[in-house]
Design a protein around this ligand. Structure first.
Ligand code: SF4
Length: 277
């Protein structure tokens, strides 16, 4: 099987920073609490768990005075305040681009804008941005625009890992509401966009396309969704264990890409084994 790999794929700067921060602090302290999975990749989470990283769902599960790691998706201001009350030693690995969205949203709210976040309301990054404001509304599809209300001044940002098409489509849906002012700040991550473009370029050239990454990873899901549009033989897998030979029957070429939270060893292993099929 001829296997081609996308020009841009895998770990981004934000994820790399979160993992190296976790490794450094684990080496110094041995036991660290992560507020939610450090990244959406179970292989990485398991590997760091063996080094002492304990993943918890909420602040209340973190003991008084413990070391608390804020993952690349960030945390809400309320959670940070609660950690401070518990005298936690906070190690902040929030990606700078995610931090920027939080700061822009808070600033626009202070300036009197009704903050609108375009994205998936269940995603931790979006929940953290919402938590940095008093009254933001999340728009995940056109039907959500009714929730915006009649405030004449909107300040709009987007979840970093969404695609420009998604952002544009929902901006158009919001604009139909006829607001007096719509201030839009482009908060999409360029790293994620480059991966999306490279994935689409590649999936058009191959018989079958594989997108590797965690099933919860927003940027990986977005890659798979885009590739499916152009190549209906697209498969989102976590690793080689999920590969089924039947899906490449009769195929001569396969493409591989991976989300920003997929480690290189998973990609290398997959590409090597696929080439031998
Ligand atoms: S995908 Fe972009 S925004 Fe998300 S962690 Fe990576 S660099 Fe940061």
């Amino acid at each position: 099987m001829k296997v081609m790999v996308a020009e841009k794929y895998g770990f981004c700067a934000g994820v790399r920073n979160a993992i190296s921060t976790a490794e450094k602090v684990l080496a110094e302290r041995g036991r660290v609490y992560s507020l939610g999975p450090i990244i959406h990749n179970s292989d990485v989470v398991e590997r760091l768990a063996k080094k002492g990283l304990i993943t918890v769902d909420n602040v209340e599960q973190i003991p008084q005075g413990a070391t608390a790691l804020i993952r690349s998706h960030g945390a809400a201001s309320e959670e940070i305040a609660r950690l401070k009350e518990k005298n936690a030693d906070i190690v902040d690995a929030t990606c700078v681009l995610v931090k920027r969205v939080q700061q822009i949203a808070a600033q626009m709210e202070q300036e009197g804008y009704r903050v609108v976040i375009v994205g998936d309301r269940e995603h931790p990054e979006v929940r953290a941005v919402v938590g940095c404001t008093r009254n933001a509304v999340v728009v995940g599809d056109a039907s959500d625009t009714g929730k915006i209300g009649d405030n004449g001044r909107l300040g709009v940002v987007c979840q970093t890992t969404q695609s420009p098409e998604f952002f544009g489509r929902l901006l158009a849906a919001i604009a139909i509401g006829g607001f007096n002012e719509m201030r839009v700040i482009n908060t999409l991550c360029k790293e994620a966009i480059k991966r999306q473009q490279a994935a689409v370029d590649l999936c058009r050239k191959v018989n079958t396309m594989f997108v590797l990454g965690g099933l919860e990873s927003a940027n990986t899901k977005k890659l798979a969704e885009l590739c499916k549009k152009y190549n209906n033989r697209t498969f989102h897998l976590q690793n080689w264990d999920e590969f089924d030979k039947k899906v490449v029957l009769g195929c001569e070429t396969a493409g591989v890409t991976a989300g920003a939270s997929t480690p290189q060893w998973i990609i290398d292993d997959f590409v090597k084994k696929l080439a031998e099929v």
